[in-house]
Every structure is written in C-alpha cells, then in structure tokens.
Design a protein around this ligand. Structure first.
Ligand SMILES: [Zn+2]
Length: 395
C-alpha cells in the first residue's frame, strides 16, 4: 500500500505553516490521502483510533525544504574520472535518498544526464526520493561553460544562432525535461573562467520563446552584469549564481519577473583564497540585490563531491542566506518562495489545506537558529513517513 498512506493525525509542538503568519503552539495536522486536510489547535491525543497518530510535540514542524539548484552526478569524493552509468545511477539514487532524509522534499537538478532516470523510475514511490525537476543537459554558446575538457560528468550542447537554439529546446522537450538550462556566461570566476557572456540576447530570447511556448521555464547560469542583463532582457525565469552585478543590473532584475538563485554554499565551504574572494563578491551582490528588491530562492549548486556532499549540509544554504536576509525570508526562500519559483506552489512549500503533506520536524525554532535545519528529526513526503528518529517521534 505504498501509494495510499493511512489517514494520519500529526501532533506538532509548534507549527510554522510557511505562509508567513506567526507560529502556532500545540497543533493537530490531519492528513488524508497524502494531503493536508486541516490544521487546528490540538486537544491532546485524538480519540479516533482508526487513524495513525504521530507525536511530534517535542518539535517544530514546518514545510519540507527545497533545493532549487543541484546536480546528481553520482560522484564519489576523489573521483577523477566518471564511473560507468550504472554505478553513477546507483550512487545518485542514494544521494537523492540522502537529500530526502535530510528534509529536502523537492529538488531541481540543473544538469545531469542521470537525474531524469531517477525521477522517472521513482515516480511510483514518493517516499524514496524527493520530488524531482530535471534539466538533463545544458545549452550554451561556443566557448561556453561546461565545454572545457574535463571528465564528462554531464554534457552541454552548443547552440549557434536562433534556429539552432529553438531546435535544441525542442529536442530537450522531446526528451522530457522540466526546465531548460542555459549557460549564458563563463564562470565561476575563481576557477579562472571569468564572467564572459556566451550567448547573444537573440539566442537567449529564442530559447525563452521556444521553451515558454512548450510550457517550460528557463534557468540561466549567469555571472557578471552583462550576461545577467542579457538574460533579463530575453525573459529568463531564473538566474543561477547571479553575482558580480552592478546596482543598475540589480535594479533591472528586481523590476523583472526573474528570480536569483545565489548558490552560496559551494564557495562558502572552500578555504582557498580565490573561492573566498568569490564568496565575498557573492555576499556583496546579495546585499545589493536585497536592497534592490530582488526575489531569491534557495539552491546550493551541490554536486555530491567532498566539498558539497548531498544531505544535511545542503541546508547550510538557508543559514548563509540568513546572514543577509531575515531568518523568516531565508526560510521562505527555501520553502514557499522556492515552490513559487518552480511552479509547484499548488503542491508544496506551505502546510496549508490541499497541499501535499511534505513536511519536516526540527528540534528548535528555525527563526532563532537556522542551523536546526541541519538536524532534521522527521521527514514526511506526500503523507508517507520517510524518516522518524526514535527520540520523541513515533508512528
Ligand atoms: Zn550548477
């Protein structure tokens, strides 16, 4: 009966429903058919013994987390050359499971040929991996990012001109992607790749028009003012990394419908001076962007290597965002706002009636200490218990 979880009553010590209203103490969340049926003041253990009762009265219960930019490459720390596909698939599936156990109930993979396989092969059993949106492979211009000779963790396709760009989008659509990823600039800077634009405005616009016509959003790797300016002018939906931006370009982004996913974790965890210099630029741009009114969502750019293993550490991104945003805004960026950005806010991102029961329990108020997000004690996805630590949580 893996697909029809029993009716459940969950008792939350404190509930942050993710809508931005104040937390509530002693709440009973009723879950029917995997979705939230009601949230109301608890009157103790329910008398109705036909339903499953989960006691989370020691915890803070909140929406499941979202990582809107990562890569499931099936890497292992120290890997110099890619293993065979089956080995990488098995590792990447384990990493997806690790993410779910860490509280990430939705993830967007912005480049891995493996991830569509995981998405499709796991779709009938939602308690094994997060909800997955996948870009498969990226599109870029000649001399774009991801074309430098290196072990081919994933491939990029070169587009040359607007017809080629449209055709590349149609091919990705046929291949079943959820989002079109483009490389609009080189970068990262600290690896010596600079921030040179790699696609023309017309090429990016052709990608966006073709993708939007097929119902697909466009995510652009874009570093530096000129690349981001082109993305905004062309109608890109989400700007990935998005650092090294002038005040004027921050204002342009803020006035557009685009979001920025600042991917702070990958540089923050590296000690090398060049990486730390990039991190400083990232935070400077973030402060500038917040002042301008840009919308942000959480994405880590984690790849599962020794610097950025997939798991509890992905939640560090929310803590890093919280150094500039308010704790409430950082939490929203990893839940409600990320769901809006990904177009899945009708399904997840808040604990409101009708949404999927994608939720986590943490051992303290995350608004006071965002690091509790790295100590998730309980995870439910689509009403199915994924993880329940022995202390306090029973099912
Ligand atoms: Zn990435």
């Amino acid at each position: 009966m893996a697909n029809s979880p029993p009716d459940t009553v969950l008792l939350a010590g404190h509930l942050l429903d993710g809508t931005g209203v104040a937390s509530l103490a002693d709440v009973e969340v009723r879950i029917v058919g995997g979705r939230i049926a009601s949230c109301r003041k608890s009157e103790g253990l329910p008398q109705d013994r036909t339903c499953r009762v989960i006691d989370l009265r020691q915890y803070w219960v909140m929406p499941g987390l979202i990582d809107a930019h990562l890569h499931l490459w099936g890497l292992e720390p120290g890997d110099a050359t890619p293993a065979g596909f089956e080995t990488r698939l098995a590792r990447a599936r384990q990493q997806a499971r690790d993410l779910l156990h860490a509280g990430f109930t939705t993830v967007r993979d912005l480049g891995s040929p493996i991830t569509p396989w995981i998405r499709d092969s796991s779709s009938t059993n939602p308690s094994t991996v997060p909800r997955i949106l996948a870009a498969h492979v990226g599109l870029t211009g000649a001399r774009g990012p991801w074309l430098i000779p290196q072990p081919s963790w994933w491939e990029a396709r070169v587009v040359r001109g607007v017809d080629s760009a449209r055709e590349a989008v149609r091919r990705l659509h046929d291949e079943g992607v959820d989002v079109v990823k483009i490389g609009a600039s080189t970068g990262p800077r600290d690896e010596g790749f600079g921030d040179t634009p790699t696609l023309t405005v017309n090429e990016i616009r052709a990608v966006c028009e073709a993708a939007h016509g097929l119902g697909l959003p466009v995510a652009a790797h874009a570093i530096g003012s000129e690349a981001v300016r082109r993305c905004v002018a062309a109608g890109v939906d989400t700007i990935e990394h998005g650092y090294g931006l002038s005040h004027a370009v921050c204002d342009l982004v803020a006035a557009s419908s685009a979001w920025i996913v600042p991917t702070l974790r990958t540089r923050a965890v590296r000690a090398a001076p060049a990486a730390q210099a990039t991190a400083r630029v990232q935070f400077d741009t973030l402060r500038r962007g917040v002042a301008a009114g840009i919308r942000y969502a959480v994405g880590t750019d984690s790849v599962g290597d020794s610097h950025t293993p997939h798991g509890p550490g992905n939640a560090l991104e929310i803590e890093l965002l919280g150094r500039v945003l308010t704790p409430e805004a950082a939490l929203a960026a990893g839940t409600r706002e990320a769901a809006r950005m990904l177009g899945v806010d009708g399904e997840t991102g808040t604990l409101t009636v009708g949404r999927c029961a994608d939720l986590i329990a943490v051992p303290g108020d995350p608004r006071r200490d965002l690091s509790v997000l790295q100590r998730v004690a309980f995870v439910m996805r689509n009403g199915q218990v994924v993880r329940s630590d022995p202390t306090g949580a029973k099912s």
